[in-house]
Design a binder for this molecule. Structure first.
Ligand SMILES: *Cc1c(COP(=O)(O)O)cnc(C)c1O
Length: 410
């Protein structure tokens, strides 16, 4: 089915269906393409027919070669290749046991003692915690910059800057970054750019095509898509891919074939899930905008929302994740809002088939840019993040109406 050449130039839906389905991974040798999905190859030991083959297998550290479980087997290879096939410009993809593991391994692969890392101020909190903890311990200094201020980014560059971590939109506060402009400035100075592309996935934002060097995703979210598996990935061009691959082997980063098969299953339907979630999210965001209790809707997919112009310029799709800020109020009133919801689960993560709601309190996580955002009233600081799933919009709106009723009562 999927000779990689066959998928080149095809549409995203066609690529999602065919990606990673090489006949040698779905067949039995004499029967190529015997099954649809690559089977689960559970293996630590790989067997060699003789000593010559064992010696050759050990020294040839290349993709698709049996060696030992640390370099994966066809189930993991199929998922990695599928992710490469949906990321234009990627030469390869490395899998990690979680999104956080992917970010950590990527940073540890491109930074060394004495280096300065520039990190966007809206970065996922565990990325910040890494900077203050393990990176600091290893002699790497991190400086934060306002996500939407390219001039501030340029001013923050110094001789020791070797890497930049971007996240667009930020997964809490939804600022969209001018990724191309930032990457052009970095590339001219030989600085490696890393984008946490979990929100958009390659379907919504072609990271490498916009100048990013390494595109990282938490596969736990959209790709897995069913809230039952954790994994991460990093895709890059040839030189960085080889570096990441070797470093992952040194760090002993492997994913189980069972988990890889689950994520690969999620990948097949990611396109239609994202389309549906995007349409529902835009409808709900528009409805929220009309509510008197709402100060600001932070949804780049919605006309008039911060970041919408850049989103329209650079993105080919969205997802169900966005935030809104309530007018005034108290933390207790917001708790009452969220507690009154019954279709929205209360819990971390997003990108599953089910809707979720969590509070947004970024103050303690930002050092280079304000919250509330510029132009907003100081009193309007209690946010809620919604992950819109596959339920019906009308039902979700009724649920949110119950939330507003509870908010207004406190
Ligand atoms: C969830 C998330 C991660 C971390 O992924 P895990 O798989 O949970 O470790 C990284 N970045 C963003 C933007 C996320 O939302």
């Amino acid at each position: 089915m999927s000779d990689p050449e066959n998928l080149a130039g095809k549409g995203p839906g066609t690529r999602l269906v065919g990606a990673g389905r090489r006949p040698e991974w779905t067949g039995t040798g004499d029967q190529p393409a015997a099954v649809v999905s690559p089977p689960v190859w559970r293996a630590s030991t790989h067997l060699y027919p003789d000593m010559t083959a064992l010696r050759a297998g050990t020294s040839a550290n290349a993709d698709g070669r049996f060696y030992y479980g640390r370099r994966g087997a066809p189930t993991q290879w199929a998922l990695a290749e599928a992710l490469t096939q949906i990321e234009p410009g990627a030469a390869g993809t490395v899998l990690y046991p979680s999104g956080v593991a992917a970010i950590a391994a990527v940073l540890l692969s491109v930074l060394k003692p004495g280096d300065v890392l520039l990190m966007t101020d809206n970065a996922y909190d565990p990325s910040r915690v890494m900077a203050r903890g393990i990176l600091k311990d290893y002699g790497v200094e991190t400086r934060w910059f306002d996500p939407t201020d390219v001039a501030a980014f340029e001013a923050a560059l110094c001789e020791r800057t070797t890497a930049v971590l971007l996240e667009s939109p930020g997964s809490l506060t939804m600022e969209v970054q001018d990724v191309s402009a930032i990457c052009a400035l970095a590339r001219a100075r030989g600085i490696t750019t890393i984008l946490d592309n979990t929100w958009a996935s390659p379907l919504g934002f072609a990271a490498l095509a916009h100048g990013v060097d390494i595109s990282v995703m938490s596969l736990t979210k959209h790709v897995g898509g069913h809230s039952d598996v954790m994994m991460g990935s990093a895709s890059a061009g040839e030189a960085l891919y080889q570096k990441l691959r070797r470093r992952a082997q040194m760090l002993g980063q492997v994913v189980s074939p069972d988990d890889a098969a689950l994520v690969l299953r999620g990948l097949r339907t990611m396109g239609i899930r994202l389309e549906r979630e995007t349409a529902s999210a835009v409808a709900i965001a528009r409805w929220l905008e009309g509510r008197p209790e709402v100060a600001r809707v932070l949804c780049p997919m919605l006309a008039g929302s911060p970041g919408h112009a850049l989103w329209q310029r650079d993105f080919t799709g969205g997802c169900g994740l966005f935030s809104f800020v309530l007018k005034g109020g108290t933390s207790a009133a917001r708790d009452a809002f969220i507690d009154a919801l019954s279709l929205f689960g209360i819990g971390y993560s997003w990108g599953g088939f089910e809707s979720l709601a969590t509070p947004v309190d970024p103050t303690a996580m930002r050092t280079a840019s304000p919250w509330p955002l510029p132009g907003m009233d100081e009193a309007d600081r209690f946010g809620i993040r919604l992950a819109i799933g596959l339920e019906d919009v009308g039902d979700l709106i009724v649920d949110l109406e119950n939330g507003f009723r509870a908010w207004n009562k406190v």
